[in-house]
Design a binder for this molecule. Structure first.
Ligand SMILES: [Zn+2]
Length: 284
């Protein structure tokens, strides 16, 4: 198995929304906000290449929306989706499986593109797109709090073009690629867990968007059921500590990975390290 990670793009969101009830004076030292109170977020994807299958985890924002939409999220930098794959030797046609943690615009928008005539096409024409059934049903009948994040042009073509595979329950989708399901951020968020060279890597998506989100009260305002997030974090962190799992952060602009350790105040992240450092550790 080979694993890769790359940052598709950075974008900006309201810093307060990322930290919920936590006062700015605590988070602003580590995640400094700009004059509009925005902070940068990375938008990483992982590739898991088993030899038989090439799995892409999440695929960024895409480019189907209008100028007004993009002006709100101030995108900058990153490798791009197709270019990031190309930089690692993959063409869109090589991808056999797309795992979507959930269907908020920043996680699934790159999977559908528009042809010159304006009709939708799959960015990864040979891939099955895996989504939890709970998230699918949640997203196609969105509540008004999340509806700005569930964009029909990102979502419905996956079904209409025959790419959809709905995940009913937690499963080992492909050997050594496990899908876990969490419900606090949004209903049916998939968290992929990869067994790699005897270690366990968790693509923590929006369960722990930043390394700073390990303390239990650090919960995004976006989460639809924060008390469920709280419980899910608490239970999962015990498992992560016991198993010495490695977290790979999708959104943390400053830290790509960390482990966790026990401190007098609870389970916290270790110092951050890069994905390349992680790969080197495996080679030793
Ligand atoms: Zn997100």
């Amino acid at each position: 198995m080979k694993i890769h990670s790359f940052n598709i793009v950075n974008f900006k969101v309201d810093g307060g929304a990322m930290f919920g009830v936590v006062p700015k004076i605590l988070w602003n030292k580590v995640y400094p906000a700009d004059e509009n109170n925005l902070i940068p977020l990375a938008l990483r994807s992982m590739v898991v290449d088993t030899g038989a299958r090439v799995v892409l985890i999440d695929n960024g924002i895409g480019d189907k929306q209008d100028e007004k939409f993009f002006s709100h999220i101030s995108m900058f930098g990153g490798e791009g989706l197709v270019q990031g794959l190309a930089n690692r030797g993959y063409k869109p046609e090589d991808i056999t499986d797309v795992i979507l943690t959930h269907l908020h615009y920043d996680h699934c928008g790159g999977g559908v593109k528009l042809k010159p005539d304006g009709t939708p096409a799959l960015t990864f024409p040979n891939a099955k797109y895996h989504i939890s059934r709970a998230q699918w049903e949640w997203a196609i009948n969105p509540n008004s709090r999340e509806s700005d994040s569930f964009l029909p042009e990102n979502i419905l073509p996956m079904r209409d073009l025959g790419a959809l595979n709905l995940i009913e329950k937690e499963v080992e989708l492909i050997p050594d690629v496990f899908l876990r399901i969490f419900n606090g951020h949004t209903r049916g968020q998939i968290i992929p867990i990869i067994s790699y060279k005897g270690k366990t890597i968790v693509f923590v998506a929006d369960l722990f968007p930043f390394r700073a989100h390990l303390p239990l009260p650090y919960i995004m305002s976006y989460d639809v059921e924060p008390l469920i997030t709280l419980k899910e974090k608490e239970t999962f962190l015990e498992e992560v500590l016991k198993g010495d799992y490695i977290f790979h952060y999708q959104h943390d602009h400053y830290s790509e990975c960390s482990r966790v350790h026990k401190t007098p105040r609870g389970i916290r992240a270790t110092e951050g390290f890069t994905f390349d450092t992680l790969l080197k550790e495996f080679d030793e």
